[in-house]
Design a protein. Structure first.
Length: 402
């Protein structure tokens, strides 16, 4: 089997996913075009060598529909021979795009692939594509469907994470993200987004609140108590987990991932293709995996995905220098840390989506690049990136810095 190498990874800053956000005027097509063009330009990439462009997108409708990967490649002036495909594995879509690209390379069926993701949550709102799971009783009843926030609160309740615990984690995420930006740790990979006149709209993650305190978070009301109690989703979750007497609602906007806009891209290929392009590989894909997990609680999948991906690589947690887990909700990270027995100093060292936001289809590729940059900055060898996934799944990837 052929090894797959990582040659570059970059992303836009994350803009607040609201009409007053800095990237609201930028279409999803232009966000994706921005990162594809940046990959081409900063690597002097002959796009005629690109076999495929694979982009994650969780709401592939409206402006984000009709195979945005292919349309963005054309808009970025890639060679018309570069194919394009959009994929959706919910929140892990950006990482799944990378894994699919790696699989094509490792199988000897592609030499060069650009993978990543895009999501404009201010223009194409979460849930815009619909789906049977949310509305069809035939599947909702049998799978004990409840919104993700209920699952996050259920994790906290089952495993004893208090409001203080999750708020403290959120404050630390903000602190780490502010420190990372202050020390220029993201500078290598950030591609500013400009308007049609070339004027910069955003060059820094916009969602951050570095002055967040425990007192400020303590004043926020739980976000999911009303839908849990008034709409009956607590009762649904308790049918699946009858050992839970009552669900403690501890999550709110300050300790959950932010709604934002953004895009990311990663350049992958064979060693021979890199030589032909005149590029030096930065890392090698060691292994990757996706798993299914219990869909009512929904958000515990990263544990099993990480165990599976480490087994495939012939590794244990002791062999991993740094971890990146998407901060969908604070309890997700606390559960993952404790279930695998990880040192908090090795996990999400530059903060995460609680501070900087979670542009659904792009996040997996963003945190992949963050992990690679930090391995290089610290001179470390191996990293693992993972995300929890809607409908009960987990996706993970192990990379080795070269």
């Amino acid at each position: 089997m052929t090894d797959c190498y990582v040659y570059d990874a970059l992303r836009t800053p994350r803009g607040r996913g609201r009409p007053d956000g800095a990237l609201h005027e930028v279409s999803p097509l232009e966000l994706a075009t921005t990162v594809l063009a940046a990959v081409r330009d900063r690597n002097a990439l002959d796009t005629g060598l690109v076999d495929d462009v694979i982009l994650g997108c969780v709401e592939p409708v409206g402006e984000q529909g009709a195979d945005i990967a292919r349309i963005a490649a054309l808009n970025a002036d890639y060679a018309e021979t570069a194919a394009g495909v959009q994929i959706n594995r919910f929140c892990a879509s950006g990482l799944e795009a990378i894994n699919m690209a790696a699989a094509k390379v490792m199988a000897g069926q592609s030499d060069v692939v650009v993978a990543g993701g895009v999501e404009s949550m201010s223009r194409v709102p979460m849930g815009a594509s619909g789906g049977a799971w949310f509305v069809d009783p035939a599947i909702a009843f049998k799978s004990y469907f409840a919104p993700q926030g209920i699952g996050a609160d259920l994790i906290a309740t089952k495993h004893g994470y208090t409001r203080t615990d999750v708020d403290a984690y959120a404050v630390e995420s903000q602190r780490r993200a502010a420190a990372a930006w202050g020390e220029g740790r993201f500078a290598k990979s950030i591609v500013p987004v400009a308007d049609a006149l070339g004027l910069t709209l955003l060059e820094r993650d916009e969602h951050m609140r570095p002055d967040t305190t425990m007192q400020a978070l303590g004043a926020l009301a739980p976000s999911f108590a009303k839908i849990g109690e008034d709409m009956g989703f607590d009762a649904v979750a308790q049918l699946r987990y009858p050992e839970v007497e009552a669900i403690e609602h501890v999550h709110h906007a300050g300790n959950s991932s932010g709604i934002v806009d953004g895009a990311a891209a990663v350049l992958l290929g064979t060693r021979e293709a890199g030589t032909a392009m005149g590029l030096k590989p930065r890392a090698r894909i060691r292994s990757f995996a996706s798993i299914g997990s219990e869909p009512c609680i929904m958000l515990t999948g990263p544990v099993a995905a990480s165990e599976k991906v480490l087994k495939r690589a012939g590794m244990t947690t002791a062999d991993v220098d740094l971890y990146e887990l998407n901060e969908a909700f604070a309890s997700v990270v606390l559960f993952y840390r404790d279930a695998l027995g990880l040192d908090p100093a090795t996990l999400n060292v530059n903060g995460g989506a609680i501070a900087m936001g979670h542009p659904l289809g792009a996040t997996g590729a963003m945190v992949f690049g963050t992990l690679l940059d930090e391995l290089e900055r610290r001179g470390l060898g191996t990293g693992l990136v993972t995300l929890c996934v809607g409908a009960g799944m987990g996706t993970a990837t192990v990379i080795e810095r070269l």
